[in-house]
Each structure stands twice: as C-alpha cells, then as structure tokens.
Design a protein around this ligand. Structure first.
Ligand code: AMP
Ligand code: AMP
Length: 317
C-alpha cells in the first residue's frame, strides 16, 4: 500500500504522516513546486505532471489517494466521484459539500443549528450574508445591514442565497471517524483567518473572505463535549439521509454566538488544512495516543490497521 495526494493544501501533513507509519508515498506535483516539496525530503515521492488532471490517469493500483481542499478544487468533486482512483473517505460527501442546498439540508437534518435562510429579499429582517452560487473560498460574498442594502449590492445576473449574518467566533472543529478503533475522535479546532474580513472590517464595506491560513484554538472543555455530540449527529445524519458512512476525517465549520449557541454554516467531508496547525500533535490526539499524532499520521495509522484487519475496502467509498 502507498499513500498519495497532490502537492498543495495539507500534502506535507499527509506525506509526513504516511512516512511516520512506514508507508510509501506518492506526491503528484506540477514542475513549479518540485523544488519546494523536495526541500521537505519528498523528492523521491514526486511524480511530475504538467496539469493536475493527469492524476486521474495515473495507473497506480496500490495507491490510496487522500483528497484534500486543493485536490477537490483543482479536479472537481464530480470528476473525483466518477474516477477509478482508490480513495480514502466517502467521496459522495464531497458532492453534498459542493451543493449549497444539499449541504444545508445535511447540517439541519442532522440536528445542527444553521443560520436562518431567507427565501426572498422581502423576508430579510436582520443583517445578512449573501452568497453567490459557485463562489469559492468566500469570493463573491457580501454582507448587508438590511433589505435596502441587499437590493443595492446584489448582482442581477447571478443566483444567490441569503443567510442571517451570525455574529460570533468562528470555530472549525475536525473529527476523525475510526472504523479500526470503532470510535469518533474530536481531533482539534482552529480558526480560519480570512482577508480582509479578519483584518480591517472597520474600513471595508465589502470585506472578502479569502482564506489566508489558520490559527490554533483550544476550546473550553464543556464546549468540546458539545462538539463531540455534534460530530456524532452529523455522522448519523448522513447515515439516515444518504444511507452511508463517513470514514476518516471531516470538519464542521461553526460560529459560536454570545449565548454559546453553536451555529453550523459549512462542513468539509475530508481532511482540512486547519489540521496543519496540529503537527506534530493536537492536545486531544496526544491524549488519545500518548505519542505525537497529527492528522496525516492518524489517517496512515488507520489505513494500516484496516489493512491488517482485512477491512480496507469498507473505508474507500
Ligand atoms: P490552494 O492550492 O492553496 O490554491 O487552494 C486550493 C483550494 O483549497 C482553495 O479553494 C482554497 O480556498 C482551499 N484551501 C487552501 N488552503 C486552505 C485552508 N488553509 N483552509 C481552507 N481552505 C483552504
Ligand atoms: P463559506 O464559504 O460558507 O465557508 O464562508 C466563508 C466565510 O464567510 C466563513 O469562513 C465565515 O467567516 C463567513 N460566513 C459564512 N457564513 C456566515 C454567516 N451566516 N454569518 C457570518 N459569517 C459567515
């Protein structure tokens, strides 16, 4: 067995994790990135491609691919779902993540609180966040104080959804759903740092929400417990809605308001880059394993155990 991914997002995290578990690695890279990844000792793992799509044609039967944010952004959920790549996790979930309506349906039917959605401009009675369809990484979003401002700012040629603007602290919690150990693990939390929203909102009328990086966050333990419950609800929710499991890593993206309500506005059905802040260990994964355990390593450990148990295929959905 080898572990493979493409060279961006959380590739260093994933590659280092596989190596720590004694598993061979494949890193698919465009030529401009080879020198950088080589500087982390990954030279011999690299397969150079001239465009990312070529990953779909690589005939590497013994490789298990780990999809991450850039993998999905560069290749597209649909093509990943239709490909023959052996991939860890549930790739159907990538489709639920990409489609705004399916996404909110899964969150709310799992029993999570979500921001109120306004079906028409007329209904708006609070500050809102307007999200154009197809916008990625917060580009093409805007916030508005009221109905009038939405009418002024909304593009006439694009479909958009209107959500209540939730005031509070952004909290992104990553989980690991282990088949081998038969348990859900709360892996760690982070705050996604976005430009310009996190920098100079006071001066900027249309802040952008483009991700720049992530900051580590350790939660109040009583709140952590609530997130454990939310994670279980999410896994069970997907089981009832889609009849399928979620093996491995996923993330629930929330805002906690001043009354400590947890409002979920997004999820990722795969490893998130926020786990990069927890190399070599998150406090929680350290407590669970008594040794350094970052997400890339957690994935590799699970795959190794499942292979030994002869249960690998169950988690390649
Ligand atoms: P990149 O390869 O860095 O250009 O990123 C490709 C996609 O992955 C973009 O849609 C990014 O928004 C997303 N992405 C990359 N890094 C992060 C991050 N740290 N947090 C959330 N999303 C990210
Ligand atoms: P998303 O593309 O849904 O991940 O949203 C991008 C960013 O917009 C998030 O990281 C938050 O900072 C912000 N955001 C999204 N939805 C809301 C909301 N309903 N209220 C306040 N901020 C939001």
């Amino acid at each position: 067995m080898k572990i493979g991914t493409i060279a961006s997002h959380s590739a260093l995290n994933i590659m280092a994790g596989a190596k720590a578990e004694g598993i061979e690695t494949i890193l698919v890279s465009t030529p401009d990135r080879v020198e950088f990844y080589d500087s982390y000792g990954l030279g011999s793992s690299i397969i150079e491609v001239s465009s990312w799509d070529e990953v779909l044609d690589l005939q590497l039967e013994d490789t298990i691919w780990i999809p991450h944010g850039s993998f999905v952004a560069y290749i597209g959920a649909e093509r990943i779902i239709n490909s023959d790549l052996r991939m860890y996790g549930n790739r159907q979930l990538l489709k639920w993540e990409e489609d705004r309506e399916l996404k909110m349906k899964l969150l709310s039917e799992s029993g999570l609180k979500i921001p109120r959605e306004f079906q028409s401009v007329e209904e708006i009675d609070s500050p809102v966040m307007v999200k154009t369809y197809g916008a990625a990484g917060g580009e093409g979003y805007f916030i508005a104080k009221n109905k009038q401002e939405v009418l002024q700012k909304a593009p006439s040629d694009k479909k958009f959804s209107i959500q209540e603007y939730v005031v509070g602290t952004k909290v992104f919690v990553t989980y690991f759903n282990s088949y081998a150990m038969n348990r859900l693990e709360v892996f760690g939390a982070d705050i996604r740092y976005e430009t310009d929203a996190d920098a100079n909102l006071r001066f900027d009328d249309t802040p952008s929400f483009v991700v720049v990086g992530n900051l580590p966050l350790v939660l109040r333990e009583s709140i952590l417990l609530k997130y454990y419950e939310l994670g279980k609800k999410f896994v069970n929710g997907f089981k009832s809605l889609a009849g399928q499991n979620i093996p491995g890593s996923f993330c629930i993206e929330t805002i906690i308001d001043k009354n400590l309500n947890i409002i979920a506005f997004e999820f990722s059905g795969r490893i998130v880059a926020g786990t990069n802040v927890w190399i070599p260990s998150s406090p929680y994964s350290y407590l669970q394993f008594n040794e350094p355990m970052w997400m890339g390593r957690r994935i590799a450990r699970e795959l190794k155990q499942l292979e030994e148990m002869g249960r690998l295929e169950e988690s390649l959905l």
